[in-house]
Design a protein around this ligand. Structure first.
Ligand code: 13P
Length: 241
């Protein structure tokens, strides 16, 4: 059975005070969503503690936005898997396009981070996706397959989530057509030896398109940026019909 996972990626948004405010509003709005839907909030490192403490007894799972490949060491500005699990973190985004684009993340470092996440007991959410230029050049599939082949070497597919995030659809309001997202997610699945991996779509997911996206047979969930910052919007996404 493929698990349905609705995840928010807050990116570099929300102070602790703002995070607490969000949770007060959000919690009660998702009470009626089916239990089978896993709800994850991937928050900035500085929010982990307060969110973790507010989540006791809640169905919401905690996620981080990155994880380093060593347990400890001279790696200024990085955070390790054991530091995260100590704070109640279950999931960690790895290889988000913003990390690849602005912070020099490569398929090799993505692979190291995925391995460390699994070693440390986290479930990594591997992000893959093509740029507009790659898509226009007919190279979307090739790009995604290369990211998977390099990124997934030595990775346990039983403890993995993949998010297909076309870069041109991130933060632009320009969503990938649901049927096209479904096609690519199907291609990603066909390349995996374990067909039960949860594969999400991400890129301008919002209340107005969530029902159509979740109606696609290959898509098991979403990774949501902007619309996860507003409690009522993210609640509507979790309560998709
Ligand atoms: P938006 O939902 O803001 O397009 O961001 C998507 C994303 O990058 C989630 O990781």
């Amino acid at each position: 059975m493929r698990k349905v996972i609705l995840a928010g990626n807050w990116k570099m948004y929300k102070t602790q005070g703002e995070a607490a405010e969000f949770l007060m509003e959000f919690g009660s709005q998702i009470d009626d969503a089916p239990e089978t839907r896993e709800v994850v909030l991937c928050v900035p490192f500085t929010d982990l503690d307060i969110v973790n403490k507010s989540l006791h007894g809640s169905r919401i799972r905690l996620g981080a936005q990155n994880v380093h490949w060593e347990n400890c060491g001279a790696f200024t500005g990085e955070i390790s898997a054991n530091m995260l699990t100590e704070m109640g973190v279950r999931y960690a985004i790895v290889g988000h396009s913003e990390r690849r684009q602005y912070f020099g993340e490569t398929d090799e470092t993505v692979n190291l981070r995925l391995k460390a996440a699994q070693r440390g007991g986290l479930i990594p959410i591997l992000c893959v996706g093509e740029t507009k230029q790659q898509r226009d050049a007919g190279a979307a599939e090739k790009t995604i397959f290369a990211q998977m082949d390099l990124g997934l070497q030595g990775i346990d597919l039983d403890r993995l989530v993949i998010a297909y995030e076309p870069i041109w659809a991130i933060g632009t309001g320009e969503t990938c057509e649901a049927s096209e997202a479904n096609r690519i997610v199907g291609l990603i699945r066909s390349r995996l030896t374990n067909r039960n991996v949860t594969i999400q779509y991400g890129g301008s997911v919002k209340p107005s398109n969530i029902d159509e996206i979740m109606a696609q047979p290959e898509i098991d969930g979403v990774l949501v940026g902007g619309a996860s910052l507003e409690a009522s919007d993210f609640a509507r996404i979790v309560n998709y019909k």
